[in-house]
Design a protein around this ligand. Structure first.
Ligand code: DCS
Length: 483
């Protein structure tokens, strides 16, 4: 028989190299357990799986913002605008906004391809939103609307990485989209370590050290990735720190890839989100000084519209001929989906004071954000109360990343089971409690340290059950392995 046309030996090795733990081994086990529970509710020592592995708020019952969904519904079925009942069913400003958006879409057709960068009128709205946020001008031609932030990140990696000798500086721990995308595009991840002891601090001396090491290994470093607020680490950068980072990129000629998808998720009074564009402009740096890309998404914030796949990147400091090439890349995919484009415009221009929806919008938004802040604080407190666990506070984003100081016997047992110690812990946790977390090894971490990532997304009424199950499990785990 002729050999099989496709085997693991013959597929693209870059695909084999690429890993994505947020939907990795532990999650596959969780899905299997869920299936077993469905067939036999008594098959496990718990009655449901609690997914704390992924930043997917609406899968855990977070409700969408009413105004956003009303506008989307009307745009997708414009005939509703002519029905008298709509004036009762939809708020006045939803109707106005939908009519305005439809007027910007050629043929009022949300089922048609759009311009490859996204509908111009929506980009105008987003640019105005960025200007209002930052106090500096934004150009709609610098915006590329994408199906979530992920394709935008891939696009930039595709543009920048020419060979294995091209490096991208990435925080460790990092969100595995970055390691996966660099692997797929055949580049080299150049790590810089965040300092857990100082609340996941980002030191420019560390960037300099890692850049120097990479250069001495023949790596040409092209870009620096900064995730702010951080995933999985939850820190919010101070403005002074951002200024140092901007200066570093300017001095070293690096593209600054600023992942700002958690810009609305800040939970502590002493920290505030500042976009890197605003920071760079406030330092007097313009297009000729620094190449900057900012990623934003409809998946996060208080909106959590992950499944709608909307987002954009704002690219500044690129010459027109390079931008044309980025446009070409975008056009190979024709365009991003139109609902996602509309949502991206809505999150950057939500209802304002005086609009009919304003009060209900603010109420919904504040309820979500204040609840997330309470959940972050509660879970942090619980993690810190566990023997051998330390956990930095989540200043922002949607995750806690506690450190496990595991006893030697547990590390030995993990070795025996052929697993990384934190994966061993996560698997045990899942089997005993139904709680799904992602082992720290999936995000990379300082060698010899062990962590896991837990989202703060389960609804507040579920938190007590999580706390009870987790605390009991952890005590039993430590009793079993304590030296
Ligand atoms: N950047 C960061 C820092 C993210 O956390 C995510 C998603 C993305 C980009 C891409 O999201 P979209 O493509 O949906 O815009 N976060 C993943 C996570 O860690 N859990 O859920 C998804």
């Amino acid at each position: 028989m002729a050999s099989l046309p496709v085997t693991l030996d013959t597929i693209n090795p870059k695909v084999l190299e690429c890993e994505y733990a947020v939907r990795g081994e532990i999650v596959i086990l969780a899905q299997k357990l869920q299936e077993e529970l469905k067939n036999n509710p008594n098959s496990q020592p718990f009655d449901e799986i609690l997914y704390c592995n992924i930043g997917n708020p609406q899968s855990l019952a977070q409700q969408p913002i009413t105004f956003f969904r009303e506008v989307l519904a009307l745009c997708d079925h414009p005939a509703l605008l002519d029905k008298p009942e709509s004036k009762i069913l939809f708020s006045e400003d939803s109707i106005q906004r939908a009519s305005q958006i439809l007027g910007q879409i050629p043929g009022r057709a949300t089922g048609a391809y759009s311009h490859s960068q996204g509908i111009k009128g929506l980009r105008d709205t987003i640019a105005a939103g960025i200007e209002a946020r930052d106090g500096y001008p934004a150009d709609p031609n610098d915006l590329f609307l994408t199906d979530g932030a992920s394709p935008a990140v891939h696009m930039m990696m595709q543009l920048l990485i020419r060979s294995k000798n091209d490096g991208i500086l990435c925080p460790i721990p990092q969100y595995p989209l970055y390691s996966a995308s660099i692997a797929l595009h055949g580049g080299t991840l150049v790590p810089y370590y965040l300092d857990e002891a100082t609340g996941w601090g980002l030191e420019v001396s560390e960037l300099e050290k890692q850049l120097k090491t990479a250069k001495s290994n023949g790596i040409s470093v092209r870009a620096l990735v900064v995730i702010n607020p951080g995933n999985p680490t939850g820190q919010v950068l101070a403005k002074e720190n951002q200024e140092q980072i901007v200066d570093f990129c300017k001095k070293e000629g690096l593209v600054l890839l600023a992942d700002e998808v958690y810009q609305e998720n800040v939970y502590v009074a002493d920290k505030k989100f500042h976009s890197f564009k605003k920071v760079a402009r406030s330092m007097g740096y313009g297009d000729n000084d620094i190449c900057l890309v900012s990623f934003q998404s409809v998946s996060k914030g208080y909106y959590g519209e992950c499944g709608k796949r909307g987002g954009y990147m704002e690219i500044t400091g690129f010459k027109p001929d390079v931008r044309d090439q980025i446009y070409k890349l975008a056009s190979v995919n024709l365009c991003s989906n139109i609902s996602g484009q509309i949502l991206a415009s809505l999150i950057m221009k939500p209802p304002k004071e005086g609009d009919k929806s304003y009060e209900s919008y603010v109420k919904e938004k504040n309820a979500i954000l204040s609840s997330l802040a309470r959940r972050a604080e509660k879970l942090e407190e619980v993690f810190n109360s566990l023997e051998g666990v330390t956990c930095n506070r989540a200043e922002g984003a949607m995750y806690l990343f506690p450190r496990l100081h595991l006893p030697e016997k547990a590390i030995e047992a993990a070795k025996g089971a052929g697993a990384a110690p934190d994966a061993f812990y996560a698997r045990r946790l899942l089997n005993a409690t139904g709680i799904v977390v992602v082992p720290g090894s999936g995000f990379k971490q300082v060698p010899g340290t062990w962590h896991f990532r837990c989202t703060i997304l389960p609804q507040e009424d579920r938190i007590p059950a999580i706390v009870t199950r987790l605390t009991k499990f952890h005590k039993e785990f430590m009793d079993e392995f304590r030296s």
